[in-house]
Design a protein around this ligand. Structure first.
Ligand SMILES: Nc1ncnc2c1ncn2[C@@H]1O[C@H](COP(=O)(O)OP(=O)(O)OP(=O)(O)O)[C@@H](O)[C@H]1O
Ligand SMILES: [Mg+2]
Length: 517
């Protein structure tokens, strides 16, 4: 028999089977058909050694997109793009890249701990619109997983968990991350229920481009990685999966840049909380609850946002304050007009940072930045709330080298030696160094930029020297004035003591005289 004849016979056999099946469906009464089908399935089950699991696209009463379906779709991306013959492409990251998944009725093979499995994707077209070209909302897509029944425990126990976890990781890598900012409370309405507005987060800062001492940078990166991989660890020790970072240092040392680098490193969204537009503590809590996992919540310039220098109020004091706010008479008595300022208090902020851990699921980082760490209440930055304190420093030579690589594309230059000497003991922020390294015109080359930086550093050094001399002179002057004042005071005391003595004696004499009298 030739191959062609064999295919011909097989085709006839399948056609006959399909015809028999159609007759069976048409002429058998439904109840009888159900019984026959059930017995047929049982009979097949005895000889057919494979198990199948179906993962539908939409689940639940409201037909939400099943998390498992999406995770499987993402998990199968790699094997589908390598092996499937027909693929579907979807754009992600604001149309910046494509994700490929297998098209309907395709099959790919996967392997897990030496066990072979088959994934197929299927589509059941809705009965209502069999000839419609446009997809119907009632069309049902699903993935079907087939495996040998001897591996049932392995597949249902570990493999499916592995697929879902890997799928979520792929989804996180593919998603467009967002930068959220809180809407002023007046913007919350029925039509715009979200407390946050967002744009795509595209900050270019990375740890590679961040100017910082390499060992410190590595330490922070390791800390972040440990946190990100620490799900089980946090569960085991019974601590919420969160970490607080306090970034402090002078303006322009890279606190905001570091926050962006952290978000890019961890692949997290960023929630930038503008505290001054938050009406009160309750609103702050609502904002917190509305954040997602895998997020960095940032409160910049925490010392400027609120008056956090005061002591924490007791519950009673807060109640009294609330009473005053509510009572117009008390408010007027306090000083007239109602304040338009935020009424978020230190306690509110503490509850916010603590609530972060208790009210929400895991994987959140909170970052506070400040120029004046000494101004902050110790309660706000104690370990447990702010677990890691990072001081952002003036530019050192190692930081300069990173900036030179970023801005000029050079690793070394004869002028580096002068820069190194000048940077020692000079306080110039990375922001100022970066500004000096930026070519001001097309014909300014790297040498000109470095010379410009050297001049700027010399000026800063000279200004610092003059300032220190002026300060020394002022201190000496103040000391001299104080000494003069003390001497004068001592002189006055001596003379007044003399007079007192005289006066005293006078009195005594008087008494005496009086006595005599
Ligand atoms: N450590 C750094 N590494 C790389 N670039 C830096 C660094 N520090 C500052 N810069 C550059 O200077 C600019 C200002 O820095 P940034 O806004 O991060 O400072 P900051 O510490 O947040 O200042 P502020 O206290 O005023 O908020 C950045 O846009 C960046 O280009
Ligand atoms: Mg900043």
């Amino acid at each position: 028999m030739t191959a062609l004849e064999m295919w011909g016979n097989l085709g006839s056999f399948i056609a006959a089977l399909m015809f028999a099946w159609a007759m069976f469906r048409q002429y058998f009464p439904p109840q009888l058909r159900m019984h026959v089908e059930a017995y047929a399935q049982k009979a097949v089950g005895h000889v057919y050694p494979y198990v199948q699991i179906k993962f539908p696209e939409f689940t639940g009463e409201w037909l939400e997109r099943g998390e498992a379906y999406t995770a499987i779709q993402n998990y199968l991306t790699r094997s589908a793009s390598a092996r499937a013959k027909r693929l579907k492409a979807e754009s992600v990251k604001d149309s910046m890249s494509l994700v490929l998944s297998m098209d309907e009725n395709e099959e790919v093979i996967d392997e897990f701990e030496g066990v072979k499995l088959w994934w197929s994707s299927s589509l059941i077209v809705s009965q209502k619109s069999p000839f419609s070209w446009s997809p119907s909302s009632e069309d049902r897509r699903f993935y079907r997983l087939t495996f040998h029944r001897s591996h049932r425990d392995l597949i249902t126990g570990s493999y499916i968990k592995h697929v879902l976890e890997k799928g979520k990781v792929v989804a996180a890598d593919n998603r467009q991350r967002k930068l959220f900012t809180n809407n002023p409370s007046s913007n919350w309405s029925y039509h715009k229920p979200s407390k946050w507005s967002h744009v795509a987060f595209k900050h270019p800062s990375t740890f590679d481009t961040l100017a910082m001492e390499p060992s410190k940078k590595r330490e922070i990166m390791n800390d972040l990685l440990k946190f990100q991989r620490g799900k089980e660890y946090y569960e085991r020790i019974g601590k919420a999966w969160k970490r607080g970072y306090l970034l402090y240092g002078p303006p322009g040392t890279g606190k905001s840049t570091m926050t962006a680098a952290m978000a890019n490193f961890l692949n997290y969204d960023v929630y930038d909380v503008e505290l001054t537009t938050v009406k009160d503590n309750t609103e702050l809590r609502k904002l917190l609850i509305d954040t997602s996992e895998k997020a960095i919540i940032v409160i910049e310039d925490i010392d400027c946002s609120l008056d956090l220098t005061g002591q924490r109020k007791t519950k009673k004091q807060e109640k009294d304050d609330d009473g005053e706010k509510a009572d117009p008479v008390k408010r007027m008595a306090k000083g007239g007009e109602e304040s338009k300022d935020s009424k978020v208090t230190l306690s509110g902020l503490l509850n916010f940072s603590d609530g972060l851990w208790s009210a929400c699921g895991g994987e959140r980082i909170i970052v506070f930045t400040t120029n004046f760490v000494e101004k902050l209440d110790p309660a706000l930055i104690r370990r447990g709330r702010m677990d890691k304190h990072i001081e952002m420093l003036y530019c050192c030579f190692e930081s300069f080298k990173v900036l030179a690589r970023n801005y000029l594309g050079i690793e070394s230059h004869p002028l580096f030696t002068s820069v190194r000497q000048l940077l020692e003991g000079t306080e110039m922020t990375p922001a100022d160094v970066a500004e000096n390294l930026m070519p001001k015109s097309d014909d300014e080359d790297e040498e000109a930029c470095l010379e410009g930086l050297i001049k700027a550093l010399e000026k800063v050094k000279e200004d610092a020297r003059k300032k220190s001399e002026e300060e020394k002179a002022a201190a000496a002057e103040a000391e001299a004035t104080a000494a003069r004042a003390m001497a004068q005071e001592e002189g006055q005391q001596t003379s007044s003591a003399g007079e007192q003595e005289k006066g005293g004696r006078g009195c005594a004499e008087e008494v005496k005289e009086n006595g005599v009298l």
